[in-house]
Design a protein around this ligand. Structure first.
Ligand code: ATP
Length: 240
């Protein structure tokens, strides 16, 4: 079976800057994959190519075997790409419920399906249920992150892509977000690609890991092996 996500030989950059050079990366059915690397290694650039914000200069992006390299970014969610962008980008003046409804791609004409999904999300994230009529701009950082995840799930994605979901969160809140993400993977089998600064924590959650350095994959393999790699230990020890 084709992997859910496949990046193959991806090159991308900004004008003269080559940020990503020949990246190969896959996420299989039910897999939890983490993408690590120091600042400026090309993680965000890789995700921009994946979400369609940035056109690769070479290479192919496939979702469930389908070549989506040339599909515009705004059409990718409907194809199954659930992206939680860095900075969350929820609508602060809308309520929690309104934000969730805005995530229901392709379901707008099907009120029954939308209602069922909303109920599911509120069951999955009880904290959001308690705050359903609250303006999203007044949520705490952790709650806002959970709203961003729940909103992405409203489109029933084949793959959930998360860009540094714990950025700026207190350790306890970060742990809550991780618990939710892990549960989505283990309970629902949702494939996940996570970009995360907290490398050692992320490696404990993930099945497999890729480490980017200066735009190329420097190391990849089962998360436990990557965590035990002396090169990783020296880069990240004390970083978490
Ligand atoms: P971080 O962990 O700091 O977010 P990253 O691994 O996500 O880093 P990228 O943001 O992908 O790294 O950056 C890769 C390279 O591309 C860096 O050298 C960066 O300076 C450069 N770069 C990123 N965005 C732009 C841009 N809009 N214009 C020019 N260069 C950019």
């Amino acid at each position: 079976m084709a992997p859910v996500l496949e990046l193959s030989g991806v090159h991308a950059g900004y004008g003269g800057v080559k940020a990503v050079r020949g990246v190969d990366l896959t996420v299989g059915e039910g897999e939890f994959v983490v993408l690590l690397g120091p600042n400026g290694a090309g993680k965000s650039t890789t995700l921009r190519v994946l979400s369609g914000l940035l056109k690769p200069s070479a290479g192919v992006v496939r979702l469930s075997g389908r070549d989506i390299t040339r599909v515009p970014g705004h059409r990718r969610p409907a194809l199954g790409l659930g992206h939680v962008p860095e900075g969350r980008q929820i609508f602060p003046d809308h309520t929690v419920l309104e934000n969730l409804r805005l995530g229901a791609f392709g379901l707008r004409r099907d009120r029954t399906a939308e209602k069922r999904l909303l109920t599911e999300m509120l069951d999955l994230f009880p904290r959001l249920a308690e705050r359903r009529d609250q303006r999203a701009g007044t949520l705490s950082g952790g709650e806002a992150q959970m709203l961003a995840v729940a909103r992405a799930l409203m489109s029933r994605p084949k793959l959930l892509v998360l860009d540094e979901p714990t950025l700026g969160l207190a350790p306890l809140r970060a742990a809550e977000v991780f618990t939710h993400i892990k549960r989505l993977n283990t309970d629902q089998g949702l494939p996940i690609l996570l970009v995360e600064q907290l490398a050692m924590v992320a490696l404990k959650l993930a099945d497999r890991a890729y480490v980017l350095e200066r735009g190329t994959v420097a190391l990849s393999g089962p998360a436990a092996e990557v965590a035990a790699d002396p090169a990783i230990q020296s880069v990240y020890l004390g970083a978490d």
